[in-house]
Design a binder for this molecule. Structure first.
Ligand SMILES: [Zn+2]
Ligand SMILES: [Zn+2]
Length: 338
């Protein structure tokens, strides 16, 4: 049955360039197959980059060869009427960009080695780009180099957030108003996530207690990010939130949102998509609406790890991305929308 689904999905990708079924299998069923990347590469499809998550070394090496040997112009891209309007440089830029997206997503030791090499000894194509390979690594692949080693910026474990009619405040997740008011806009702060690291499902977080992630939801869309310091006994203090404009949510509106709880079972690490269907989870790989999603910790300067994605289904508009630095006990939230 699953075999059949995979075959159908790949046929659809190859014949019409439509990757939706492949993406669905990767995200919701956790199918790991190098066949997705193989078919996508052959058809010149590079979006979504998640198609390349489990690419074979053969596809990886083909992509590396194109960049290492300045042959990116040879990459096949699926036809788009838009390309006729692009200059030759723009087309090569696009091809280099697609190669780097796919390689960042693969992100294995060989890719790490080449990305570091291309940073220190840039190739000719680097001049076409605004950002270097290691920015692709973080934005697309979810990894960075820290102290000379590859570090993943997301947890492999992932639990979906599901609507629940009868959730209680003890059921981990979330998000009713706190007693304090935001000094900028006057809305109540929201205890957006309350996570108990002692819950077996959340043991991967390595948090020995309960943490509360609190911020002003009204101001978030107007600011780049907010920071909140937590303790493991469930307290938290907002340490940095610029004021937004006077956009209120009434407390009643916030408190009337349907409660969400953690799914009983783990879901695939790439479960989250920004599709309004499965866009809410704790852990796993975030699906940023646009890149540059990982924030630097204001205390230690290291990249923070993705903790939660709260999409349309949860908050009703746009997406909140929550990241954590466990060393400094700081969380941050950012907002993106299409
Ligand atoms: Zn506010
Ligand atoms: Zn830190």
């Amino acid at each position: 049955m699953l075999e059949e689904q995979i075959k159908n999905a790949i046929n659809k990708l190859s014949e019409s360039g439509d990757a939706d079924l492949c993406e669905e299998l990767i995200r919701t069923q956790g199918v790991k197959s190098p066949a997705f990347a193989q078919a996508a590469f052959k058809a010149g499809i590079f979006y979504p980059a998640i198609l390349y998550q489990d690419a074979s070394p053969e596809i990886r090496d083909k992509l590396i060869d194109l960049l290492e040997n300045e042959k990116a112009d040879q990459l096949k891209l699926a036809d788009s009427p838009y390309y006729s309007q692009l200059s030759a440089d723009d087309i090569i830029r696009r091809k280099v960009d697609r190669c780097l997206d796919a390689l960042a997503m693969i992100g294995d030791d060989t890719v790490v080695e080449y990305f570091q090499k291309w940073e220190t000894t840039p190739k000719a194509w680097r001049k076409l780009l605004n950002i270097g390979p290691l920015e692709y690594a973080a934005d697309v692949g979810g990894w960075c180099i820290e102290d000379g080693k590859r570090k993943s910026l997301f947890f492999e474990e992932c639990y979906a957030l599901e609507k629940s009619e009868n959730a209680t405040p003890e059921d981990n997740v979330y998000g009713k108003t706190a007693s304090e008011k935001c000094p900028s806009c006057g809305s109540s702060y929201v205890n957006m996530l309350v996570l108990d690291g002692r819950d077996e499902r959340l043991s991967f977080l390595g948090i020995n207690g309960k943490i509360k992630i609190k911020y002003c939801e009204s101001c978030l869309p107007w600011t780049e990010s907010v920071f909140c310091r937590y303790t493991e006994d469930g307290e938290s203090t907002i340490i940095q939130q610029e004021g937004g404009e006077n956009r209120f949510f009434e407390d009643e509106e916030l408190n009337n949102r349907a409660p969400f709880v953690l799914s009983k079972k783990m879901v695939p690490k790439s479960y989250c998509a920004d599709d309004g269907l499965h866009d809410c989870a704790i852990g796993g790989r975030p699906d940023f609406i646009y890149g540059a999603g990982y924030i630097t910790c204001p205390e230690c300067g290291k990249r923070m790890m993705h903790l939660a994605q709260l999409g349309m289904e949860f908050i009703g508009y746009g997406t909140h991305y929550i990241q954590i630095c466990r060393d400094c006990k700081i969380v941050t939230a950012t907002y993106q929308q299409t």
